[in-house]
Write a protein that binds this ligand. Structure first.
Ligand code: FPP
Length: 249
C-alpha cells in the first residue's frame, strides 16, 4: 500500500512494526456462542487467517507469525486435531497461488516432523514454491512451543560445547537466538492475542522480551482488518524504551 494511503488510515508508514505475531484464540467460544461444533469455529478462523494475511501484506508489514497449532494442542480430542490438520492442508494448497501473487514467503516454525506425512508434503511444497518471494514472510507456528524450542537450542549448544566447537563462556544471547526456529528473524514488535486471555501460552517467550502486547476481547473468527489498524494506531502511540530512558535531561 502506498504511504499516502497508509497515512489516510491514521498510520505513520515510518513507524509500522517490522514483525507482528498473533495468538489466534477464541475459535471454540465463537462456535459455542452459536451452538455450533468447535470445528465450525476453526473453519471460520481459517477465513480470518486469509483476510488478515492479505491485510498485513497490504499494509506493508514485513513479517507475520501466526500461532496455528501448539505442542499442547496434540492433547485435544482426536476429531478436533484431525479437523485442524485438514484445514491447514486446505490452506496450504488453496493459498499457494495467492502467496505467489502477493509475493509472500511461507515458513514453518515448530516440530515439522510431528505433523502427519501429507501435511509435511504440502508444507514442504508451499515453502519451496514461495522460497524466493520478497514481499512478506508468513510464519506458521505448527506444533510449536517455546519451551520445546529453547530445549532444542540448549541441546544443540551443549553438543557444540561437548565437541569442542565453542566454549561455555562464548554462549551469547545472539547465539541462543540463532539456535531457535526464528533464527535470523527480527523479534516481534507487536504480539496480539484475541479473545481476552492475558497469557503467552508458550508462544515466542524468548523473542517476546521487548514485544508490545495487545489483548483484544474479539474472538479470532470475528477479528478484522479494521481492528488490526486500530491496534497498529495504538502501537504507534506507545513509547518503546527497551529498558532505557528516552531523553538525557
Ligand atoms: C484457538 O482457539 C485456536 C487454535 C488452537 C487453532 C488456530 C487455528 C485456526 C485459526 C484455523 C486453521 C489455521 C490455519 C493457518 C489455516 P480455541 O479452539 O482454543 O478457542 P477457545 O479458547 O475459544 O476454545
Amino acid at each position: 500500500m502506498k504511504s499516502e494511503k497508509i497515512q489516510d488510515l491514521g498510520l505513520d508508514p515510518e513507524k509500522l512494526p517490522v514483525h507482528i505475531a498473533i495468538i489466534m484464540d477464541g475459535n471454540g467460544r465463537w462456535a459455542k456462542k452459536r451452538l455450533m461444533n468447535r470445528v465450525k469455529g476453526h473453519e471460520k478462523g481459517s477465513k480470518t487467517v486469509r483476510s488478515i494475511v492479505g491485510a498485513v501484506r497490504e499494509l506493508g508489514v514485513g513479517m507475520l507469525t501466526l500461532y496455528a497449532f501448539s505442542t499442547e494442542n496434540w492433547e485435544r480430542p482426536k476429531v478436533e486435531v484431525k479437523a485442524l490438520m485438514m484445514l491447514l492442508k486446505r490452506f496450504l494448497v488453496s493459498e499457494r497461488d495467492e502467496l505467489m501473487t502477493r509475493d509472500i514467503r511461507l515458513n514453518i516454525l515448530g516440530q515439522k516432523e510431528k505433523l502427519p506425512g501429507d501435511i509435511q508434503e504440502e508444507t514442504d511444497k508451499t515453502v519451496d514454491m514461495t522460497r524466493n518471494n520478497q514481499g512478506m514472510v508468513l510464519n506458521l507456528a505448527l506444533s510449536y512451543g517455546s519451551r520445546q524450542e529453547i530445549t532444542l537450542a540448549v541441546r544443540s549448544l551443549a553438543q557444540k560445547v561437548l565437541s569442542g566447537l565453542i566454549r561455555p563462556d562464548e554462549i551469547s544471547e545472539e547465539m541462543i537466538s540463532d539456535h531457535l526456529y526464528t533464527r535470523q528473524m527480527p523479534d516481534p514488535d507487536l504480539i496480539i492475542r484475541t479473545s481476552g486471555e492475558f497469557r503467552l501460552s508458550n508462544f515466542l517467550m524468548w523473542q517476546a522480551a521487548y514485544s508490545e502486547l495487545f489483548i483484544t476481547d474479539t474472538l479470532w473468527p470475528d477479528f478484522t482488518k479494521d481492528e488490526l489498524i486500530e491496534i497498529l494506531i495504538n502501537f504507534q502511540e506507545r513509547d518503546r524504551r527497551f529498558g532505557k530512558v528516552k531523553c538525557s535531561t
